[in-house]
Each structure stands twice: as structure tokens, then as C-alpha cells.
Design a protein around this ligand. Structure first.
Ligand SMILES: [Zn+2]
Length: 399
């Protein structure tokens, strides 16, 4: 046990470069990803929408520079099929090779299938963060390999993650060497609430639901100490990298894709919202009912934490190329009927909206949700003045 623990001994300190990379995660990207995820509809395992979501994910990873080429040796996108109720569904697995321990993996996972509703919180929130993380860390050298995985079949009983553990993790002798499984499931928060806390989940016996507690108590406990070590690093990251916007609260892993790994004696931790939404698994699990700013705050810290877990380089002399954050603006939905949302990464900005004749029809400050229900149909142009820079976007009102 002592020898095992020493493998995980790791001194943690604030790393400015980890913060700089995490700061490149963009609120506007989170908003766009969540909106697109919503527009994909109800992504029930094996459905057309579920397959469309897989293609959407694959296209995202490709746009970040990962490849579906079967001959590639790094930055590879792969899929794993499994069947559910006579239909086929797929997990998507994206691998970035480590520099020092290429055969030892940090797995970052979050399911993309949904049930009954569009699942923007459960689990568009985790998916959006994982996509941003994959985009930001693609060119960052890490000592350990990273796998970004979006499982399907989670809602039917962890089918995708179980298939992955059974056929891929345990499909070789010896089995795949996993340093850590870090699962993000339902980190969307509650619209209108003060979402300033998050559950950092470690291995142990969960307290609820009590029906599952007895089941999980039978899972191996030999990996609990290592899980605790990584969870402590994760919790520290919320203090180190987030200026207290979201504070960590200890909890236990349960009812998500880390459980098949835990049962397989792999080390698991996870994130889960503290203010528990009542919308998951309902048609009301929509963008409007969750908190995209909370997703952004959690995503930034998670991106810093993954750099600790995979031991990212603390030098900029690698192959990475960090671009400074630029002023960005996105408008959605577009066309719009009633409320126009602004995806913007700044807190202070001035908005003016002009109609197609050039007449000023709206002016406000720091307003990310503009009521346009009184506007008549047509094209408009929105100007945002941010830190002395001016950005403009067109949008259409259509009722
Ligand atoms: Zn979920």
C-alpha cells in the first residue's frame, strides 16, 4: 500500500502557465457548444439524434486538429460501437500521447447521450467542458497520455463505459494502465440560483441513493486512497485557479460512467453540480434552465486540474502555441423571437442595436440577455464596445 501510494505522491503548487492555458477557455465557446448540443435534440442511445451527436462531436475534435486517420500515431479520434436494444451506438475516444509515460492514461470522460430531453445540463455541460479542454490542451505536452472520451448509453445503465472497460481497458494483457478517470456529468447548475459550489467526488461509499450505497460498498476499496489524493488536488484547484467563484465540497462517486472503472479497480474522481437541477431526464433540461456561466467557471478549473493530473509542461518551449484571448462575441439563437443571448467573455460592455435602416433601436450596458420581443421582423446589427474594442454581429428577428 505504501509503495502504491508513493506512485501517486505529487506536490501541488499554483502554476501560472496552467492558469494562463485555463483562461483560454471561452464563455462564448461554452455557450455555442451548449446551444448546438441543445439543437441536436433528444439524443437517446441508438437514435438518429444520438448518431448525429456522435458526428457533431467528431467534427468538433477534427476542427481542433485531431484526426480520424487510422494510420495516425497521435491526436487520434476513434470510435467504439456497442448495441443497445437492437440498435448501434458509439463511444468517441480521442487520444493525445504523453511525453514520458505514453502508455499510462488520464481519462477525461462525460456521456453525450440524453434521455427524454435535450440534456443540456445532463450532460451537455460536461461535454462542452471536455471539448474546450481538448481544444486547449491539444498542443500542450503532458507527461501522461490523455484520453478524452464521450460515452453513449449512460442513461440506460452505463452501457458505453461498461463496454469500454470490458472490451478495451481489459481487452489487452496486461490491461490498460490508467492513472486516473475524471468524469464530468451534470455540471450545469440551476438557472437563477447562486451556483457557487461544486461536488468533488472521490471513491468511497456514497450516502445516497441508499439503495445503491450497499452495491457500491462491494466495490474494491484498494483504490480509494489514490482517489482521495487526486480529489484533494482537484479541490485545491478550485481554491488556486478560480478566485473563489466556485468552492469545492467533498462527495462520493456514484451513478455515472466512472463506476465500471471503479469496479475494475481503476482510480476515479468526478465533478457534479452542488445546486441539484430538477430538470435532468426531462424535456425541460434546456439551455434556459441551467447556468452557462457556472459551466464556464467549472470548466476553467477542470482544465487547470487536468494539467496537474497529466503533468503538463511548465515551459512554453514545447510545440504549443498559445494565442492571446481576443474579444469575441456570439449571438444566439439566430434567428431570434424573444430573448437574444450574448456569448461574450467580458463583464463590462456597451451594447447598441441598429435596424436595417440604421436607426438605433436599443442601448444597454453589461446585458447578456436582451428582450427583442417588441422588435419587428428583419435584420439588425448589434455593436458591442468591449475594452475600447468594437465588435459587431448581425442577427435576424423572425416570429
Ligand atoms: Zn448524466
Amino acid at each position: 500500500m505504501v509503495a502504491l501510494l508513493s506512485t501517486y505522491s505529487y506536490s501541488q503548487s499554483y502554476t501560472q502557465l496552467y492558469q494562463d492555458r485555463a483562461n483560454l477557455l471561452l464563455q462564448s465557446n461554452i455557450n455555442t457548444l451548449l446551444t448546438e448540443f441543445a439543437n441536436l435534440g433528444v439524443k437517446t442511445t441508438g437514435s438518429t439524434q444520438n448518431n448525429n451527436a456522435f458526428t457533431w462531436l467528431q467534427n468538433k475534435y477534427v476542427s481542433y486538429g485531431y484526426t480520424t486517420s487510422t494510420t495516425a500515431t497521435d491526436l487520434k479520434i476513434e470510435s467504439q460501437s456497442f448495441t443497445y436494444s437492437g440498435k448501434t451506438s458509439k463511444n468517441i475516444i480521442v487520444t493525445k500521447k504523453g511525453t514520458k509515460y505514453p502508455d499510462t492514461y488520464v481519462i477525461i470522460c462525460g456521456h453525450y447521450d440524453t434521455i427524454v430531453g435535450p440534456g443540456v445540463n445532463d450532460n451537455g455541460s460536461g461535454v462542452a467542458i471536455i471539448l474546450e479542454m481538448a481544444r486547449l490542451l491539444k498542443n500542450v505536452p503532458t507527461e501522461y497520455s490523455i484520453k478524452f472520451i464521450n460515452f453513449s448509453g449512460e442513461e440506460q445503465g452505463l452501457l458505453g463505459s461498461q463496454a469500454y472497460v470490458t472490451n478495451i481497458v481489459n481487452g489487452t494483457t496486461p490491461k490498460m494502465n490508467i492513472r486516473l478517470v475524471f468524469n464530468l456529468d451534470e455540471v450545469g447548475g440551476v438557472a437563477g440560483a447562486n451556483n457557487n459550489k461544486i461536488y468533488c467526488e472521490k471513491d468511497g461509499t456514497p450516502t445516497q441513493p441508499t439503495s445503491m450505497a450497499s452495491t457500491y460498498a462491494t466495490y474494491p476499496s484498494t483504490n480509494n486512497a489514490a482517489s482521495n489524493t487526486f480529489n484533494t488536488i482537484l479541490m485545491n484547484c478550485f481554491t488556486l485557479y478560480n478566485n473563489g467563484a466556485v468552492s469545492p465540497v467533498t462527495s462520493y462517486i456514484e451513478r455515472s460512467d466512472y463506476m465500471p472503472f471503479d469496479k475494475n479497480n481503476d482510480v476515479s474522481i468526478g465533478l457534479y453540480e452542488y445546486n441539484q437541477s430538477s430538470h435532468p431526464h426531462k424535456s425541460t433540461d434546456t439551455y434556459a434552465n441551467m447556468d452557462p456561466i457556472y459551466v464556464y467557471n467549472v470548466g476553467k478549473v477542470a482544465t487547470a486540474a487536468v494539467q496537474h493530473f497529466a503533468v503538463a509542461t511548465t515551459s512554453t518551449l514545447g510545440t504549443e502555441n498559445i494565442k492571446p484571448s481576443e474579444v469575441r462575441l456570439s449571438l444566439f439563437p439566430n434567428p431570434v423571437q424573444d430573448y437574444l443571448y450574448l456569448g461574450i467573455d467580458e463583464k463590462e460592455f456597451d451594447i447598441s442595436i441598429f435596424d436595417s435602416t440604421g436607426k438605433l433601436v436599443h442601448r444597454s450596458k453589461n446585458n447578456q440577455m436582451i428582450n427583442v420581443s417588441s422588435f419587428s421582423n428583419g435584420m439588425y446589427i448589434l455593436h458591442a464596445q468591449i475594452k475600447g474594442e468594437k465588435v459587431s454581429e448581425k442577427f435576424i428577428v423572425k416570429k
